[in-house]
Design a protein around this ligand. Structure first.
Ligand SMILES: [Zn+2]
Length: 303
């Protein structure tokens, strides 16, 4: 490449050249060899303050020793593999996998925010439902509020809320872990907000199941938008026609098809969401990070 000058600015916050992209404030001074692919990278020095830097100083992968693993860890962790198995396969340390997973999840979150900000898509149909999981132990349930575009091409939002203790284990859980604040409503509110932002001005059809709470919440959130139509799909187990004619139980013509599809993908592609396995979520924030990652993977963001 020779002495081709890139447009850099000094990385030193206290330098006059910080943030300017004049391109002529630095000179070349030596080079270093990357550990992972043994390529020489030229070093530069700022003539103003003497700060040394290279082209890698400005990358999001700055100071990473194995940047080539980012992409493959991202893909494997959205394809049903566990963190331990990825480490084994790539012959790297488990801590490397965790660190790279969190790095890629942050990048994925930025990509999704940019996607939402662009408003490149105005949705004429949005499907919504909630899934359940847990953190640490089955005694501590979580809810996952999920919105998918009507054509199934994008996950619009996925948020985790804490669920109150429930079922047979509720008494034991309360004794063992004390009070548990239910935040599933806040998670849903966040998803409704995204849905409202993404709704087409010409009108939107929102499909959910028949939980009465959803109708109230949609009515409140879409109050000023007005141009919406809420379709509450009745629970199919309660429908006599399905009981009488088993052939009609197939999910053809299921209005919530894409939502159920994504839910099934989540159960299959995220190791921690699989049912009846050893892999479980230990921490809620890591589940959130994993979801951000999958969302970027599903929506096909370049990160
Ligand atoms: Zn400088």
């Amino acid at each position: 490449m020779g002495e081709r000058r890139e447009k850099y600015s000094c990385p030193n916050h206290n330098c006059k050249q910080y943030g300017t992209k004049s391109g002529h404030f630095y000179r070349r001074e030596g080079q270093f060899i990357t550990q992972w692919n043994h390529q020489p990278v030229p070093r530069y020095v700022c003539k103003e303050c003497g700060k040394k830097f290279s082209s890698h100083s400005f990358r999001s992968t700055y100071q990473q020793k194995k940047p080539h693993l980012n992409r493959v860890i991202y893909e494997l962790y959205c394809s049903g593999m566990t963190q331990r198995r990825i480490a084994k396969q790539l012959r790297c340390n488990l801590k490397t996998v965790v660190r790279k997973f969190l790095f890629m999840a942050a990048e994925a979150r930025l990509a999704h925010e940019a996607f939402l900000k662009r408003k490149a898509f105005s949705m004429s149909e949005i499907q919504f439902d909630e899934m359940e999981s847990f953190e640490h132990t089955r005694l501590k349930p979580l809810s996952l509020a999920l919105a998918v575009s009507g054509d199934g091409r994008h996950i619009l939002d996925a948020r985790i809320g804490v669920l109150n203790y429930k079922g047979r284990l509720a008494g034991l859980a309360r004794r063992r872990y004390g009070l548990r604040k239910d935040t599933s409503r806040e998670a849903r509110a966040g998803v409704w907000k995204t849905a409202l932002d993404m709704a087409a001005p010409s009108g939107v059809k929102i499909i959910t199941d028949a939980k009465p709470q959803y109708a109230t919440e949609i009515a409140r959130r879409f109050k000023d938008y007005k141009n919406y139509h809420h379709l509450a799909v009745p629970n199919r187990r309660n429908l006599l026609q399905y009981a009488q004619n088993p052939l009609r139980r197939k999910n053809s013509n299921d209005p919530l098809f894409w939502l159920n599809h994504v839910a099934a993908r989540l159960r299959h592609d995220l190791s921690r969401m699989m049912r009846k396995v050893w892999t479980t979520t230990k921490r809620k924030d890591r589940l959130e990070a994993h979801l951000s990652l999958f969302l970027a993977y599903y929506n096909g963001y370049v990160i």
